[in-house]
Write a protein that binds this ligand. Structure first.
Ligand SMILES: Cc1ncc(COP(=O)(O)O)c(C=O)c1O
Length: 391
């Protein structure tokens, strides 16, 4: 239940009030954290017919409903599932929508563990897997086969931040009878409302901006009305539900996601712009920059940008990248992103077959946290100085 009476419009207002009606639970502002396996039925007939809202912990609780309904409001989706990690949010819909003999097209710039899942489990289960250029656009038609069931997108690309023409891809996929899934983690539903652009199933590593504090693993998957029954069926069949404390933490993070994202966006754009043209920097890969080759497409479809982008160093190899990383004091060296703190990692494109450059030098991915920009710039400047000293 929500308190949407037709007046609630702004995104921060929706983030603040969606998913839970305090008056549905004694006026408490936040929903209860329901730890549950068993749910009791009042009598045998109700039990036999499963004729009540909640029937067993794996099938949803008031806590998971609060999060899923909040995501539905943001996405405009017919239904959402909450699962234990962002990677599970990728694998569960793929298992739900693909069968032996089916074909899937995946962007070559996909998050590596998605590729790994496709190349190992999906192939073992008899699914044909092919990769495509993230810039394919309407050209995806030529790659679609009679047995293509899913076109998997991720935009911007992991680590290299190419923007995909999602409306063109969706149109071509739908004409051929395939559905489109999108890993929409980078933009969140605040900056890209995937279903409005033709996506059928939208995926979020809620570990990142929704949770926002680097202390929770979580994922959500949302579907339009046509795909929701199949997605829900996969969720119930696999039993892969998120735990109540994690679900609660994501909902808690969601309340402040709008203000955090606005801060991430502003700081990140300022740092990305400042980095352009700095000695030792060949290119900055951030679609919100006018210099980015996909900037026009980005402006057409996205209403904002978040907090990670990459820097291509001007020449050199891993020794230069390591010098950069080892000189950082504020940026932590670690995976993931979307938390409050800044992180840096050297990117590997070893898995790529198509979207692999060439790039002028090693690529460093930066997640810009909520620290003060002046401090972050000083830290990055120390990194660049160390990298430049390697020669
Ligand atoms: C684009 C993208 N999708 C999914 C995931 C997986 O999220 P999780 O770490 O929660 O499994 C990540 C994690 O880095 C990611 O970058």
């Amino acid at each position: 239940m929500t308190r949407d009476n037709g007046r609630i419009k702004g995104v921060n207002t929706r983030l603040t009030h969606s998913g839970h009606d305090p008056h549905g639970f004694h006026g408490f502002v936040n929903p209860p954290v329901v730890h549950a396996s068993t749910v009791l039925f009042p009598n045998a007939a109700t039990m036999a017919g499963r004729a009540q809202k909640y029937t067993y912990g794996t099938r949803g609780t008031p806590t998971s409903d609060a999060l899923c309904h909040a995501i539905d409001e943001l996405e405009g989706s017919a239904g959402t599932i909450a699962v234990p990690s962002g990677l599970a949010a990728v694998t569960i819909p793929l298992l739900g929508f693909l069968s032996s003999g089916d074909h899937i097209l995946i962007t070559d710039s996909v998050y590596f563990p998605t590729r790994h899942f496709a190349d190992t489990m999906l192939k073992r289960l008899g699914v044909e897997v092919d990769y495509y250029d993230p810039h394919v656009g309407a050209g995806i038609t030529a790659l679609i086969k009679p047995n293509t069931k899913v076109v998997f997108t991720e935009s911007p690309a992991s680590n290299t931040f190419e923007i995909q023409d999602i409306p063109a891809i969706s149109k071509a996929a739908h004409e051929a009878g395939a559905i489109v899934m999108m890993d929409n983690t980078w933009a969140t539903p605040l900056y890209f409302k995937a279903l409005d652009f033709g996506v059928d199933v939208t995926i979020h590593a809620a570990t990142k901006y929704p949770a926002g504090h680097s202390d929770v693993l979580s994922g959500t998957v949302s579907a339009n009305a046509a795909c929701w029954p199949k997605l829900h069926d996969a969720y119930v069949t696999l039993g892969c539900c998120a735990g109540p404390d994690d679900v609660y933490q994501v909902l808690r993070g969601l309340r402040t996601m709008g203000v955090r994202l606005a801060h991430h966006q502003k700081s990140t754009l300022e740092i990305a712009r400042w980095l352009e043209g700095k000695q030792g920097v060949a290119r900055v890969l951030h679609p919100g920059l006018e210099s980015h080759p996909d900037h026009k497409l980005f402006k057409r479809d996205f209403s904002g940008s978040s907090g990670i982008f990459s820097v291509v160093l001007a020449g050199g190899g891993t020794d230069k990248a390591h010098a950069f990383l080892d000189a950082l004091e504020i940026f932590g060296l670690g995976y993931s992103w979307g938390g409050y703190e800044s992180l840096a990692v050297q990117v590997s494109l070893a898995d790529r077959k198509i979207a692999n450059g060439p790039y002028e030098g090693p690529i460093i991915r930066l997640q810009i946290g909520l620290e003060d920009v002046a401090d972050l710039k000083e830290d990055i400047a120390a990194g660049l100085a160390a990298a430049n000293a390697v020669g």
